[in-house]
Structure formats: structure tokens, C-alpha cells
Ligand binder design. Sequence first.
Ligand code: GTP
Length: 350
Amino acid sequence: MTDPRRQLSRRVYPLRVLGMGLGGLVVGTVLWEQRAGWGPWAWMALVSFIWPHVAYQFSRLSGEPYRAEIRNLLLDSALVTALVPLMHFNLLPSVLLITLTVVDKITTGIRGLWLRSLPGMAVGMLAGGALTGFEWAPTTSMPVIIACLPVMALHTVSVSVASYRLIRQVSRQNQLLDELRRIDALTGLYGRGHWQEQAEAALRLHHATGEPACLVMLDIDHFKQINDLHGHTVGDEAIRALAHIVRSNVRTTDCAGRYGGDEFAIVLRGMHMDKALAVAQRICEQVQAMRLHDMPELQFTSSLGVAAADHRHSSLRAWTDAADAELYQAKASGRNRVSATDVPPLAPVV
Ligand SMILES: Nc1nc2c(ncn2[C@@H]2O[C@H](COP(=O)(O)OP(=O)(O)OP(=O)(O)O)[C@@H](O)[C@H]2O)c(=O)[nH]1
């Protein structure tokens, strides 16, 4: 895999060649109007056409390419700023070059890099000024304005493309994060946080419209023993197999989540207690028949508590407490059964 730190120099190289080259066109136009001597021309040629390749070789051959590229970026600023006095502070190209070199530092995303480039820029300005005696001719002619256009356009487009890519990448990663937050990695069911949001919505709907909904809490019986006797890998496989049973017994409109370690919670939307009990009973029987691929001799049972949403459940907490109380009732009555509010506990048909 490519070292992301080496990627910085690869990414910067073509942009530096193009940006510095087009910058050279601007500076060259000003120097030509000034009828400048060979010194400014040589400096311009060095900065615009030779430096980008030297900079790339510096970082390519360096043992620390990332640090070398940061150094190159700081040198860019000093070298480019030295061109400003050479242009006798010609206003538009001077402002343009200084702005672009600062923007280039900001768009690397490296914290404070543009601030760190300021001392080098001051040195560049002084060095260029020492060569020209700080000659002052700020007026910009039409040919120079025209020469500025390609670098302005190219820079604006390339910064826009870079930020477009960044925004797309951030939004893809946000989607992934959201998925990770919503889905439990072991079972593929909803994680607790997202399940709670969905369950709250179902309870609100019940209070607002009277739409029925039932909450089923399920816990594997003696799961600690399974872990202790056969290891956590077998325990995990059991949790996955149980999640599969849960998923195959609910509709896409229902909401099934992993509530805790070996505890599952299901909101059956639009369902009255009789139908919800039948679903819970079916799950209970299927858990009893469940076999793991690698340990077919191992048997499981589960206990389930069901509570229909009603006016006493002012919050999700009250609703889950009611279903939890039924779950513990099922455990206390001998496990491997379903217990529901206002209904005597039902043991599965063996
Ligand atoms: N393999 C595995 N085990 C887990 C996971 N999360 C929690 N556990 C275990 O699940 C067990 C939960 O046990 P409890 O529900 O407290 O008790 P139990 O043994 O199931 O007994 P009862 O619920 O009373 O029937 C603990 O041993 C936890 O370590 C998990 O992701 N994978």
C-alpha cells in the first residue's frame, strides 16, 4: 500500500509544476514590461521552472518525505514572495502570488502551516527588496491582467475540486459512521441507541393515534454457563444464530435490536397482544430447536417478556421496565417460556 505521507509530495508535484509555471508567465510579463536585467529573469526561471522538480526530488529521496514536503511548502512561500519586489510591487500579480501561496498552505489541512510560512515570506520579501532597492511601480497593465487569468482560473478550479472531493469523502464516512452507530456488529440487528430511537417513535405514535405496539424482551437462559463451558466464540455464534431467528420472525416494519450482551428487544408495530404473543412463542420454540453448526449437541432456551404499549407508559423506560418485569417473571417461572402483561406465562410446546 502507498505510504499516505509519501502521497503528499506526489499530490503536490503536478500542482506545483503547473501553478509555478503559470505564475512564471505572470512574472515574466511584468519583467518584460520592466525590461528587467538577467538577475530577475534568472530568479523567475529558477522559481517557476526548476524549483518544482528539485522540490519533488528532495521529498522523493528523503527518508522522511512528509517532513521534506512540508519544508518544500515553506520554501515555496519564501521563493514566491521574493518575486514581489522583483516585480516592483506590481499590484495585481503581487497580491495574487501572496494570496495563492497562503491559500496553498491552508488547503493542505496542516494546522498552522500558513502561519509558519510567514517568517519565510518576510525573508523572501527582504531578499528580493535588497536586490531591487525596493523599487515601487504598483500600476498593473492590461497584458499583466491577462497573464494573471490562467493561474487565477486554474487555482480556483483546483481548490474547488479538492474541496468537492473532501466533502464527498466526509459524507461517505459520515454515512459509514451512522451505519456503525445504528447496526450491532455481531448480530446485524439495530444497536441499542438506534433501537431506542425507533422504540420511542413507536410509543409516541401509540400515544398520538392509539396505534397498537408490543415490546418483546428476550434473554438467553443460563448464557453465562455456555460461555464458561464452551468459550466466548461459541457464545458469539449462539448470539448470531438467535439474531437470525429474531430477524426471520419479524416484519421489515418491526424494529429488532440487541439490547445488551445476550438480551434482545423487539418492537412489533401495529400489533395487538394476541399476535405479539404468537410471535414471541414462535421465537421461544425456534430457540429451543436451534443448533450450532460446530456443536450440534448444544441446546439453548430463552425467556421472553411481552408488554403492550398503553397509557401507563409515559416513557420508553416505563415500557421497557414493564417488558423486563415480564422477562424476569418468565425466568422465575422456570425459564424457556413467554410471560406477558395480564396473561399467564406460556411455556413452549416440547
Ligand atoms: N459470547 C458473548 N458473551 C457475552 C456477550 N455479551 C455479554 N456476554 C455474556 O453474557 C452473559 C450474560 O449472563 P446473564 O444474562 O447475566 O446471566 P445468564 O447466565 O444468561 O442467566 P439468566 O439470564 O438468569 O438465565 C455474561 O456471562 C456475559 O459475559 C457477547 O457479546 N458475547
